[in-house]
Write a protein that binds this ligand. Structure first.
Ligand SMILES: [Mg+2]
Length: 337
């Protein structure tokens, strides 16, 4: 069956940045009036709010106005807050306040359109959207970020992440081969994001990102991993793609996410930051140093970890995480035995 080819004009990326800047600012505002009954649990037990869902509707419908219909992998769907009347009512109220004119049909359409799964290597363009990455942080007043990425035949070519909690509130955007750029969410001037390549000095402390709600065991493990650099280690707390933004902003030296024994991390939790960090000069890769394969659908099931490092620290951390994958039984030792 012949299909219309999707052509995305890369000159329109600035319009996608405006969509994400606006969405992030609306979410900041919506937090201050978010009623407790609009914070609910998803079927999988994770937290979601009416804002997550309303934001997805707003972002996807605005992107469609600019770019037309593009295959999309998005985190939320009709089930996210479905059957929770107070959360659904608050979601509709937010969309009205935000001037959304798509009505109920537009809401259903936007929440039904992000279910693409399967390989994207043969798909011309795919949006990857997490309307709020780090919803627990959003609820707790900690780090969170709306995250948008665009894949071209399975490779990320554009990203725009809203970071209300980084550097005083920034949009971080970038396109492949064109660098990454900070832009104040309140408006202002662009500045180029540049990750430090300066090696740690003797005795200098290495800063490793750890989850905000890290357990004692996670704290010990993260600290030990940082110490393989030969430096004392301190932990910087952040979740979501904001953890990578900390490295890009110079507030941390290393951030990583391990697959462990799980089915692979979700692509929307990493895709944008992988481009943004690399374009800013960070080391980004898997435990064997290879690139992260973003083309496999909703999960990164071909990768052991996503590692993002400044200051030349990537390879030593990758080797250590590879060693731990074997020691902890997630990966068979090479050569059998
Ligand atoms: Mg989310």
């Amino acid at each position: 069956m012949p299909s219309d080819r999707i052509v995305i004009d890369h000159d329109d990326f600035d319009l996608a940045c405006e969509v994400m800047q606006d969405a992030t600012n609306l979410a900041v505002e919506a937090r201050s009036t978010l009623p407790p009954e609009a914070i609910v649990e998803k079927p999988d037990g994770s937290v979601v709010t009416a804002v997550d869902v309303a934001l997805q509707v707003l972002i996807l419908s605005r992107l469609e106005e600019v770019f037309g219909v593009v295959p999309t992998i998005a985190e939320e769907d009709l089930h996210s807050i479905g059957g929770k009347p107070a959360a659904e009512a608050h979601c509709r109220r937010l969309l009205l306040d935000w001037g959304f004119e798509g009505g109920e049909a537009g809401i259903v359409r936007a929440l039904s359109s992000g279910g693409l799964d399967g390989p994207t290597r043969e798909v011309d363009y795919t949006w990857i959207l997490d309307p709020i990455d780090g919803t627990q942080g959003y609820v707790d007043g900690d780090h969170w970020c709306p995250c948008l990425a665009l894949l071209k035949r399975g490779e990320v070519v554009f990203a725009a992440n809203g970071h209300p909690t980084v550097l005083g509130g920034m949009l971080l955007s970038g396109a492949k081969g064109e660098g990454s750029w900070w832009f104040p969410l309140a408006g202002g001037e662009f500045t180029r994001a540049e990750v430090s390549q300066q090696p740690l000095a003797a005795g200098e402390t290495v800063r490793v990102v750890a989850p905000a709600r890290a357990t004692a065991g996670q704290v010990r493990a993260r600290t030990a991993i940082g110490e393989v650099t030969g430096h004392p280690c301190t932990l910087v707390h952040s979740d979501s793609q904001a953890k990578y933004a900390h490295v890009i902003a110079g507030a941390a030296d290393i951030a990583f996410s391990r697959r462990g024994g799980g089915p692979g991390k979700y692509v929307w939790d990493h895709a944008g930051a992988i481009l943004l960090a690399r374009e800013a000069g960070a080391w980004v890769g898997d435990t064997d140093g290879s690139d992260i394969d973003l083309s496999r659908g909703r999960r990164l099931d071909g990768s052991r970890a996503v590692i993002c490092a400044a200051r030349g620290l990537g390879p030593v951390i990758a080797r250590e995480l590879a060693r731990r994958d074997v020691a902890e039984g997630f990966v068979a030792a090479r050569g059998g035995a």
